[in-house]
Design a protein around this ligand. Structure first.
Ligand code: NHW
Ligand code: EN5
Length: 388
């Protein structure tokens, strides 16, 4: 069934329920001198390129490959359209390796036809912090699909991760592979229901009119929580303390330090939005919420071409009820003209999704670890990790 994945150190379907297998690394690291020194062979006429995402031309090429060939929904109505600024942010966290930003070109024309990336991350699994790669943006041009190029891309990024003495990875996908550590559900909160219905993202409910639907999803003009404001650079230490304490309760979560928080959570226009609650009395930071910006191209619609979507990222409530905090997040997203606010059922998100009028989508997201076995699949609420 899975000619490639059967050869890889990942949990296999045949091993599900085998209690003799213990948790942790599947294979031991090999000496660095035994890691293959040359890149894997590509089919004739193709060549590897290490991408410089800071170069305007390279960034353009990657952006265009993804904008035309990356992930679509199951009915091919929408396609993710990561912005260039987003890609630069996603690919250059503290300690990133340029060698993990891997493209494939046609030798003769230099056209970029495939891409895969890794970034370093410290991920805690139960009480062990593991230095991993987060793998993302695997993409093969539509015209080169099903030619087994993806396994070569995956082996090459694995080799380059090994050269940095890292032996585990985390990734997510909409497809089922051997074998998920957790399966999460996408939820969607309409902010601009008329447009969502017009473009086929959602449907008018049974016995619902357009005007009743618009009223159903109406939000207040401004946020309600006293002390709710945008995160600023001087908040990094307080937000780091808040988020570290919060993430310690999940089975799998990133081990963020202040540098990570500054990179991943400090607001960047049209990339990442973060808000916190500073107590008007004590000036303590008690609550935090964030979302990233990932629009989708609307395929083949006469009047609209872009769906503006916000995706829930990391949220922490200690004083403000999570429901109220996320309602404020919806209000700012509406003020900023997003059409929809998306969230997974990870962390404590289930406690607000239904009350805040999110509905389940038709997409699932499966979480995976490479070369690390987990004894039982986790519940989404045991995951404290969100990938982009
Ligand atoms: S998930 C998004 C992936 N990208 C897309 O869906 C974009 C649109 N699709 C495509 O570009 C986020 C192509 O369809 C792709 C497959 C490139 C997906 N992950 O070349 P072939 C990520 O980026 C397996 C892993 O003929 P293709 C996460 C498939 O099961 N494997 O197919 C990426 C089969 O293997 P099998 C996937 O359609 C994580 C083989 O590829 C996959 O032309 C990567 C077929 O290859 C997917 N999303 O190209 C793993 N989709 O064994 C990282 C298909 O079943 C692992 N396949 O025969 C860790 C590495 C680092 C380790 C470090 C220690
Ligand atoms: C790795 N970092 O399928 C990324 N999205 O539900 C790879 N559906 O937007 C991840 N099909 O349900 C890939 N509207 C996995 C995601 C791939 C993209 C994807 C789904 C997630 C999605 C929408 C549109 C469906 C269009 C037809 C959807 C219903 C919304 C409705 C709003 C009102 C309340 C009920 C739900």
């Amino acid at each position: 069934r899975h000619k490639f994945w059967e050869t890889q150190p990942v949990g296999q379907f045949k091993d599900i329920g085998d209690s003799s297998l213990s948790e942790g690394p599947i294979e031991l690291p090999t000496p660095l001198s035994e890691v293959k020194q040359e890149p894997y062979n590509l089919p004739d006429h193709y060549e590897w390129v290490t991408c410089d995402i800071n170069s305007e031309d390279m960034c353009d090429e990657v952006y265009n490959l993804l904008a035309h060939n990356y992930v679509e929904d199951d009915e091919n109505m929408f396609r993710f359209k990561y912005s260039k600024e987003f890609l630069r942010w996603a690919l250059q966290p503290p300690g990133y390796f340029r060698s993990w930003h891997i493209g494939v070109r046609v030798k003769s024309t230099k056209k970029m036809v495939a891409f895969i990336t890794g970034i370093p991350a410290r991920i805690r699994v139960r009480d062990e912090v593991v230095h991993m790669a987060e793998i993302n943006f695997l993409c093969v041009h539509k015209k080169l699909r099903t030619k087994r190029l993806a396994p070569v891309m995956i082996k090459e990024v694995t080799r380059r991760v090994h050269l940095e003495n890292m032996w585990q990875a985390a990734y997510t996908a909409g497809v089922i592979l051997p074998t998920p550590i957790a399966t999460c559900q996408y939820w969607h909160r309409s902010l601009n229901p008329k447009k969502l219905i017009d473009v086929g993202f959602s449907r008018l409910g049974a016995r619902m009119t357009m005007s009743r639907t618009i009223k159903l999803y109406k939000l207040p003009e401004s946020t309600v929580t006293p002390g709710f404001r945008k995160m600023e650079i001087h908040d990094v230490p307080a937000v780091t303390r808040l988020i570290r304490t919060y993430l310690s309760r999940f089975v799998v979560a990133p081990d963020f330090d202040e540098n990570d928080v500054e990179h991943w959570l400090l607001p960047k226009d049209d990339v990442i939005d973060s808000y916190l609650v500073e107590s008007p009395e004590t000036h303590e930071v008690t609550d935090f919420c964030s979302f990233y910006t990932l629009p989708s191209t609307i395929l083949g619609h006469p009047s609209y071409s872009l769906l503006k979507a916000a995706y829930s990222f990391y949220n922490v409530s200690t004083v403000t009820p999570l429901l109220q905090l996320m309602n404020d997040a919806l209000i700012v997203a509406k003020q900023k003209d997003y059409d929809v606010f998306n969230a997974l059922d990870v962390m404590q998100n289930e406690t607000f999704l239904r009350d805040l009028k999110f509905g389940p989508g038709d997409g699932k997201l499966h979480y995976y670890l490479y070369n690390y076995r987990i004894r039982h699949a986790l519940k989404p609420s045991e995951l404290g990790l969100v990938l982009l």
